[in-house]
Design a protein around this ligand. Structure first.
Ligand SMILES: [Zn+2]
Length: 113
């Protein structure tokens, strides 16, 4: 399985921090906007690691989100840009949705299991 991390919304400086911190098996030559993790089966683990990296580097204006349509695609988004992009984030787990209704439906799982 493949997990991809989309850093295209991040400035170069922050991309560099992510590239440096994420311990890639096959590090890319440049600070590419998309990191592809081959043979990675655990998107949740990668997500947690990215959240740690943001914390460790006090990058507070970006959040780690998962694409609900494409599995195993993680995107780092700037908090202020999220609504402009028409993305609604679950306030509990950070999963991204294309509409407020979808998010509301999803958020129920956190309350009712
Ligand atoms: Zn959620």
């Amino acid at each position: 399985m493949v997990v991809s991390i989309d850093l295209s919304y991040m400035p170069e400086r922050l991309r560099y921090i992510i590239h440096k911190s994420i311990d890639l098996k096959y590090p890319p030559d440049h600070n590419e906007a998309i990191i592809i993790l081959q043979d990675e089966s655990n998107a949740q683990k990668i997500k947690s690691r990215l959240e740690e990296i943001l914390k460790e580097n006090t990058i507070q204006d970006f959040v780690v989100t998962e694409n609900t349509e494409k599995q195993n695609e993680i995107t780092l988004l700037k908090k202020g840009d999220i609504e402009q992009l028409g993305i609604y984030l679950c306030t509990h787990c950070g999963v991204a949705f294309g509409s407020e209704i979808q998010r509301t439906v999803h958020q129920r799982i956190h309350y009712f299991g």
